[in-house]
Design a protein around this ligand. Structure first.
Ligand SMILES: [Zn+2]
Length: 251
């Protein structure tokens, strides 16, 4: 789970339209939120990911569901209120069900900073606050088969890639292989690795947290700085990674 940006309400969703839709839902139970312009805006907001578990929503097994943060069954007047709509996967949406978020609040991915409420350790979320604990339980953020295993696989893969890159950097540092081709390959490899910890990528919170806490990353960064390879693009990428990472001081 990472913090998502608030994006403006689609222009199609005027107050008149919203009023009509709300009345229709209350009268006939019509799924008034199923509009292409709403889906498009929500997917843009989350980079095509579930707002809770960060799985990719465009893959065959994970279609977008429009989730009502305050459940429409309890709060029908909010059925089409823009900041009550979120992009979710089916699993998270089903887990959350009709949970009453006004009586027992959970972390809102746009309004709250998830990293103020959780830490991520050994590929599991742990609560820092009561809100965090409620979210873990209601959404099922530590589902072993679906999420913890996936995070573990991503972490193992990244750690291996960082180790391999460190070996290349060490050779470069010792002058064993200092060609321009090798230098460019090293830079591009690190950029690609770091992109996995930015918000466009699936499970970016896990990738970002792993990257920033691996000793190999610190050593690679040290060698990059030593050889003046730590450029503006890498500085920007690291800022983006820090945004998605847990257990770091910045929000
Ligand atoms: Zn999900």
């Amino acid at each position: 789970m990472i913090r998502l940006p608030a994006i403006p309400k689609p222009t199609e969703l005027t107050s008149d339209v919203a009023q009509e839709m709300t009345a229709l839902y209350k009268k006939e139970g019509t799924a008034v939120w199923q509009k292409t312009y709403i889906k498009k805006a929500l997917l843009e907001m989350s980079s095509n990911k579930c707002c809770y578990c960060e799985c990719r929503l465009t893959s065959v097994s994970h279609y977008l569901e429009i989730e009502h943060f305050h459940p429409k069954s309890h709060y029908p007047d909010e059925v089409i209120v823009w900041n009550n709509l979120l992009p979710s996967c089916k699993r998270c949406n089903v887990n959350k069900g009709n949970h009453d978020t006004k009586k027992e609040p959970i972390v809102h991915p746009v309004k709250d900073h998830p990293k103020s409420h959780f830490i991520l350790r050994a590929y599991r979320f742990y609560n820092k606050t009561d809100l965090g604990q409620m979210t873990i339980e209601v959404i099922g953020l530590n589902n072993r088969e679906r999420l913890v295993k996936k995070r573990f696989e991503i972490g193992v893969e990244l750690i291996e890639q960082l180790e391999n890159l460190l070996a290349l950097c060490t050779e470069y540092d010792k002058g064993m292989s200092s060609s321009t081709r090798r230098r460019n390959r090293i830079i591009e490899t690190l950029r690609n690795l770091m992109r996995e910890g930015t918000h466009q990528y699936e499970f970016s919170a896990t990738a970002a947290t792993v990257i920033l806490h691996e000793e190999s990353y610190a050593k690679i960064k040290f060698l990059f700085i030593k050889h003046q390879l730590w450029d503006d693009e890498l500085i920007d990428l690291e800022t983006e990674v820090k945004f998605c990472a847990f257990n770091v001081s910045s929000l």
